[in-house]
Design a protein. Structure first.
Length: 248
């Protein structure tokens, strides 16, 4: 489970903060192509947090979204946003029947489970998807990039591409694509996480904090560039995140 204290930081920043804007642009670049060829009638967001992304998906694609989260803290924000069809539940034991959805979206959720327990939600995602249903999943990548923010948010594990692909395949999925993302900022991240943070002696804290507008624009630009590459079919070889598309 994510640190409940982080929900307030996310809710304040999710609309405008460079990281969220950039990640949405990357995901939209992938999902636009999917939406052009498939019609989804019921889409589960497993680990919906504040409901902001579920709302954005419904507004952009017209998909009927079913947002679920374990913590009531995030769902309270989703209620205030006016997000509908909310449910409180555990991704390791989803309160839905087999074949209930034709797509499952899960963003940065399985990383909050201990290493080795990611198989439980992946099997559940497979169970609730109808045959041919789509899984779109994002996860934090590479242990060397674990940061003070990772610790504050109660992130329990990070993935390599091979381990994420193997986990999805073991759950019964046919992997369509798996690429790293948030790649161009890796040198900055390594300097910050492996040099500056250890030397600072500061305790774990949220990385979702406002920055000056000029810096926000500067940090967003590499993500926007990656969005074009990934949407164009380029799989990035390393990065701070992994995005996987798979089919039941």
């Amino acid at each position: 489970m994510m640190n409940p204290a982080e929900f307030d930081n996310i809710a304040k920043a999710e609309n405008d903060f460079w990281w969220y804007r950039g990640q949405r642009k990357i995901m939209f670049g992938l999902l636009d192509r999917v939406a052009a060829n498939r019609k989804f009638r019921r889409v589960l967001e497993a680990g919906a947090g504040t409901g902001h992304f579920a709302q954005a998906l419904e507004q952009r694609y017209g998909w009927p979204m079913f947002p679920l989260d374990l913590g009531w803290e995030g769902l309270e924000y989703a209620k205030r946003l006016g997000v509908s069809r909310l449910a409180q539940g555990d991704i390791q034991a989803l309160p839905y029947a087999e074949n209930a959805f034709d797509a499952v979206i899960s963003m940065d959720v399985i990383v909050h489970l201990p290493r080795g327990e990611e198989d439980k939600p992946l099997r559940e995602f497979h169970r609730v998807l109808e045959p041919g249903g789509l899984l779109a999943l994002r996860a934090s990548a590479l242990d060397v990039l674990r940061s003070h923010h990772s610790q504050f948010a109660m992130e329990r594990q990070r993935f390599t591409r091979a381990r994420l692909v193997d986990a999805a395949a073991a759950a019964g999925f046919r992997v369509l694509r798996c690429t790293y993302a948030n790649s161009l900022l890796m040198p900055v991240a390594l300097l910050k996480f492996r040099v500056i943070e250890p030397l600072s002696g500061a305790p774990p804290q949220s990385g979702v904090q406002p920055v000056p507008p000029w810096l926000d624009r500067l940090l967003y630009a590499p993500l926007a560039a990656e969005a074009k590459l990934i949407a164009g079919g380029v799989d990035l070889p390393l990065g701070q995140s992994l995005i996987l598309l798979a089919e039941k």
